[in-house]
Write a protein that binds this ligand. Structure first.
Ligand code: MN
Length: 240
């Protein structure tokens, strides 16, 4: 009745329905192609980490640098639907399996995508204080480094002495063990089967506006805003 009242014939209705079905059938492919990886929202405002990390640095770092890695990662994966179905951790864990022409792009931009995803979550306004380290992570830190201050010293040295651009990490081996590591560019311990649970970006884009050449001051500030609750959660999740 409604169809007749609105003047749409059965033939037109069929055509409209067929078009709707075709559109619905196309939709999953379009979604997969357009949003393989998405830039995550920060859990806080750009100015929330001041004075340790300034708002302008956070805005550029997130909305330009991280967004750029995301866009370029998706561009590298365009046309590779089977790869778009994988997690970023799966992609980075076995780069040699990828088509050779996109290995470098996925290593650089996929690494950048994953590394910043982690970074935004392990820092938080005001940090959470070392008292929020879980008992199991605390025990593992003591086993690996002797005490908390020694861990801070080793991590800070790794971050300060890394030549050029890269990251300092606290890494879980999946069997309880922890180590401090450093990687160049956007490389990540995920590439060698290990799980970073805390990371510090020491590319100049992460600190230069506020700290210029004073990387050691930036490293010290980082320890004021570590979200130890999230690091503890990641440590627990890293155990296979
Ligand atoms: Mn960065």
């Amino acid at each position: 009745m409604l169809v007749e009242q609105s003047g749409i014939t059965r033939r037109e209705l069929f055509t409209l329905t067929a078009a709707a079905v075709a559109a619905a059938a196309l939709k999953p492919q379009q979604v997969a192609a357009q949003s393989a990886f998405e830039l995550p929202e920060l859990g806080y405002a750009y100015d929330a980490l001041e004075p340790h990390i300034d708002a302008r640095t956070m805005e550029i770092h997130h909305s330009k640098h991280h967004a750029g890695y995301t866009t370029k990662l998706n561009a590298a994966l365009a046309g590779h639907e089977e790869l778009q179905a994988l997690s970023i951790e799966q992609l980075l864990a076995d780069l040699a399996r990828l088509p050779s022409e996109i290995q470098t792009a996925v290593r650089n931009n996929g690494g950048g995508y994953a590394n910043h995803n982690l970074f935004w979550t392990v820092i938080a306004p005001g940090g959470s204080g070392a008292e929020y380290i879980s008992p199991t992570l605390q025990a593992a830190l003591v086993a690996a480094f002797g005490n908390h201050d020694q861990f801070v010293a080793e991590f800070s040295t790794a971050a300060a002495t890394l030549f050029g651009s890269g990251w300092a990490w606290l890494v879980s081996d999946g069997a309880g063990g922890l180590s401090v590591q450093a990687t160049s560019n956007q490389d990540t311990p995920l590439m060698v089967g290990q799980t970073p649970i805390l990371g510090l970006d020491v590319w100049e884009h992460a600190y230069y506006l506020n700290y210029q050449n004073r990387r050691s001051d930036y490293i010290a500030a980082f320890f004021q805003i570590i979200h130890w609750g999230e690091v503890s959660r990641r440590y627990a999740a890293s155990m296979g």
